[in-house]
Design a protein. Structure first.
Lengths: 113, 112
């Protein structure tokens, strides 16, 4: 049981390049989330998927798109990367119960030059 | 904005109890108090949560005041590996669609 996995662990992009961050969970969770964390800051929600087939914007969605590929996988795409998107990106998933205990992946460290 | 207030930093001696306070004076009746921690560069880790009653698990204890306007996370015997940023979060239990609002948390340093 690997929990929540994210790929890649590190990535360097040039301004304007695109890339997709991958996230997968093997806990049969219904809900999945993408957060970003800037230095010295708390996490901010980018997008979430309450269940397979649905996605919704979070606090900071501009410049990102997401795809809930199936119940296990939730990807985050940067179509045209900007230096302001330099951050650590965390994926999380939640058991579909009445509580919000989220399980986080190890993060992807993205630098946009 | 985060609905909680925490001290920016605290120190604790190894082997002693670490008591981390959190104020959440605007908490509503159906909101839970959650605690997560983030060890340097890793993803946040769930610790404990509660609604009204005090809670204890293998990691920590959570004490919530009777008026629910504040709480304390207790690590009974802190170790060096407990050095982390601890986040206190209030959130409604809506089963997956509710976001967690992470503030800046408390940086706990456990000293040898």
């Amino acid at each position: 049981n690997a929990g929540v996995t994210q790929t890649p662990k590190f990535q360097v992009l040039k301004t304007g390049q695109s890339m997709t961050l991958q996230c997968a969970q093997d806990m049969n969770h219904n809900s999945m989330y993408w957060y970003r964390q800037d230095p010295g800051m708390g996490l901010r929600l980018i997008y979430y998927s309450a269940s397979e087939g649905t996605t919704d914007k979070g606090e900071v969605p501009n410049g990102y798109n997401v795809s809930r590929l199936n119940k296990r996988e939730f990807s985050l795409r940067l179509e045209s990367a900007a230096p302001s998107q330099t951050s650590v990106y965390f994926c999380a998933s939640t058991v579909w119960t009445g509580t919000d205990t989220q399980y986080f992946g190890p993060g992807t460290r993205l630098t946009v030059l | 904005d985060a609905k909680t207030t925490q001290p920016p930093s605290m120190d604790c001696a190894e082997g002693r109890a670490a008591n981390l306070p959190c104020n959440h004076s605007t908490i509503s009746g159906n909101e839970y108090v959650y605690w997560y921690r983030q060890i340097h560069s890793q993803g946040p880790q769930y610790i404990i949560h509660g609604l009204k009653n005090n809670e204890t698990n293998e990691m920590a204890s959570l004490i919530i005041t009777e008026d629910r306007k504040s709480s304390t996370l207790i690590l009974p015997h802190a170790t060096l590996r407990d050095t982390a940023v601890y986040y206190c979060i209030v959130s409604m239990a809506q089963g997956g669609s509710e976001k967690l609002v992470f503030g800046k948390g408390t940086k706990l340093t456990v000293n040898p």
